[in-house]
Design a protein around this ligand. Structure first.
Ligand code: WT7
Length: 653
């Protein structure tokens, strides 16, 4: 299990200072970083990142002064991230495959070498520049999983522009919100996406999102399917017309280390999604370092992360980390079950993946289909198996290890968040002895603190509490776009001087960490993070709805399901039609990936006398623990609870 039983090919950059090959190496690196974080990260970044002006300073600022403005890393450094991801590889790895892509149909494959990718990024950057894109301006990327999505991201970075990728499953309304929030002047999309044999109307949704007020000047449209699309003359530009003829050379715009690289929207407990800002130097350093370290990257690896670039996993571990490291990175357009549940393992056999990274929800879904879909394919190339997105239950871990990895591969259960930029707590493949279900130990630079919610004090030694982190690290998001106060209020106001993650966590007597899940009003459905407030706001779009309260509940396959309690307006009646309408409104306000599992009509919500909804009670009922409601004596109307408990019966699936 520790990687000693097979031949070890050359590592990427032999003998790098950042190699961790044993638990002693990890301990040394961890302690070095703790003793001198600036020295540690300056060494790492000089080793892994191509700087135009190498930084001489590490961290400036801290959590205690976060109100006054973001902390910075590598303040005097200057770079363009694409020179690390592309240019530096041209000499040694020009003919190496940078992006290996498989489309929706099995066997529909494209390969872009580092030379191809460099040229394509430069062409796209030149095209965008000719269309008027400047440094610092925001570009929304609303695409499926095509190589051009990565090209678009890197083309923005080449120009010092700031991309914000919006997952292709989001609705027009969600897209519009993001376009407006970040003040985007450009949108890059495609005619249609392809997924599981179905088309996704990306251009049509973009058109709908751009009805009404916005600052978008140009929409660049990749032709993926050739399907019919609407066209706005003067605004819309075909990718092939603008990009193909452009020059394959484009000078990289040199920016300061803390220049924003991208904004990525993510859901929180309250309000609208927040646009987290990641920066060039720190983010790239951290993703490059964690990618090579955690996965034990080797030069000839075929590395496959099957996430979507619409989420942080795709940014950090499909695009930026792997390309910075000169790896072959896989992009996958389809789903794990198209055409059948053997798709991943069929691709392992055909492409020879050595590292495979997916989410527990996919592992559970595939395990439920039986082992034959796995065992009929040759998986002998696999060496490291990763998981991310939600706690992995030991059964799923063991299935992944025994059946997929033939008991031979190392499993890395990587805990991190959009906010952390990269992996924060995780085994390091060649070093850490795993325990199924535990994210194990922190990466160098990550100082976890478990806070006791009852005493507001840190827990020493084994125990369970709220997971915080004590010190900034280079990959950490710096602010919320346009709303630094919200960043401070969300992450730094719970505990003085600590970053609060929103997760609960247990530490065992070996110092291993076990994430227990969100402790706030965020639900994690199939690894997709959604705010209960967003569902509630969506349901309230329907006139028949007076009040709504949404909570998560444990779900065998999805990790968490979505349970909505709905109070109708006076005079409205519950019906199948209404139920369908409510499902539809959630889909149209948030997106196709957002679905309420249980819609329960209730006569009222349990509220305190001061009018606060007691979500604890609603959670207990949804979890099927109506017998553990605790103290309900502060409720304004205790009878409401009886009706809710009664109405919930038989809805637990
Ligand atoms: C939340 C962050 C990080 C990329 C994908 C999700 C949960 C993530 C794990 C893990 C237990 C995990 C946490 C976290 N989470 N990885 N290995 N074990 N929980 O990014 O959308 O920002 O969601 O996902 O609850 O807070 P995200």
């Amino acid at each position: 299990m520790n990687g000693d039983t097979y031949d070890i090919p050359a590592r990427v950059r032999e003998g790098s200072t950042s190699d961790i090959r044993s638990i002693d190496d990890w301990r040394r690196a961890y302690l070095d970083c703790q003793a001198d974080p600036d020295g540690f990260w300056l060494d790492v970044t000089r080793d892994l990142v191509e700087w135009r002006a190498a930084p001489t300073v590490g961290l400036e600022g801290d959590y205690r002064h976060i109100k006054g403005g973001p902390f910075t890393w590598f303040g005097d450094g200057q770079l363009n991230v694409t020179e690390t991801c592309l240019d530096q590889h041209l000499e040694e790895r020009g003919d190496k495959t940078a992006i290996l892509w498989e489309g929706d149909e099995p066997g529909d494959v494209r390969r872009l070498t580092y030379r191809d990718l460099h040229a394509e990024v430069c062409r796209a950057a030149n095209a965008l520049q000719a269309m008027g894109l400047h440094r610092g301006e925001r570009v929304i990327i609303y695409m499926g999983m095509v190589p051009e999505a990565a090209v678009a991201m890197l083309a923005c970075a080449r120009l010092g522009a700031v991309h914000s990728v919006v997952f292709g499953g989001f609705s027009a309304e969600a897209l519009r919100d993001r376009v407006r929030d970040c003040g985007a002047e450009f949108v890059i999309t495609q005619d249609e996406g392809m997924r599981g044999g179905r088309t996704i109307p990306l251009k049509a949704t973009t058109d709908e999102a751009l009805e009404g007020e916005h600052g978008v000047k140009k929409v660049l449209v990749l032709k993926r399917t050739g399907g019919d699309v609407g066209w706005t003359e003067g605004r819309d530009v075909w990718w092939h017309e603008a990009v193909e003829g452009a020059s394959p050379d484009c000078p990289a715009e040199v920016v300061a280390a803390d220049h924003p690289l991208f904004i990525l929207y993510t859901s929180g407990s309250t309000g609208r999604p927040k646009g987290l800002v990641h920066t060039c130097g720190g983010y790239l350093t951290y993703t490059a370092y964690t990618h090579r370290t955690v996965f034990d990257l080797r030069e000839d690896d075929v590395y496959a992360c099957v996430a979507d670039v619409g989420w942080i996993t795709g940014h950090s571990y499909i695009v930026y980390g792997p390309l910075a490291n000169g790896a072959t990175t896989f992009m996958f357009e389809s789903t794990p079950t198209y055409p059948d549940a053997g798709r991943y393992w069929d691709m392992v056999q055909r492409h020879g993946f050595t590292i495979f990274y997916t989410a527990p929800t996919a592992i559970r879904a595939l395990a439920a289909q039986g082992d034959d879909f796995v065992t009929k394919y040759d998986r002998s190339s696999l060496r490291v198996l990763g998981t991310v997105g939600e706690p992995i239950n030991p059964d799923a871990w063991i299935w992944y290890h025994q059946v997929v990895g033939e008991g031979r591969c190392t499993i890395v259960d990587t805990w991190w968040q959009t906010e952390t930029g990269g992996i924060a707590i995780s085994p390091i493949a060649p070093a850490t002895a795993p325990k199924p279900g535990s994210a194990t130990r922190p990466m160098p630079g990550i100082e976890p603190v478990l806070m006791d919610p009852k005493t507001d004090r840190p827990i020493r030694g084994p125990g369970q509490g709220l997971l915080c982190i004590a010190q900034p690290w280079p990959g950490q998001a710096r602010t919320v776009f346009g709303d630094h106060d919200r960043y401070v209020a969300t992450y730094f106001s719970n505990f003085e001087g600590l970053y609060f993650t929103g997760d609960g966590c247990r530490r065992d007597s070996d110092g291993y960490y076990w994430i227990t899940g969100r402790v706030d009003d965020v639900i994690n459905v199939s690894g997709h993070r959604m705010g209960t407030a967003e569902f509630e706001a969506a349901l309230l779009h329907d006139e028949a709805v007076g009040e709504a309260a949404v909570v998560g509940f444990p779900h065998d396959l999805k990790g968490q399901g979505v349970w909505a309690y709905v109070v109708l307006q006076a005079g409205e009646r519950w019906s199948d039609d209404l139920e369908q309408r409510l499902h539809k409104v959630v889909r149209s306000v948030i997106g196709a990936h957002a679905r309420v599992d249980v819609l329960q009509p209730v006569p009222g919500l349990p509220k305190t006398r001061s009018g606060k909804v007691m979500r604890r009670i609603l959670r207990k009922v949804a979890e099927g623990h109506a017998d553990q409601l605790g103290d309900t004596s502060t409720l304004a109307d205790p009878a409401v609870v009886d009706a809710i408990v009664e109405g919930a019966k038989g809805r637990h699936g």
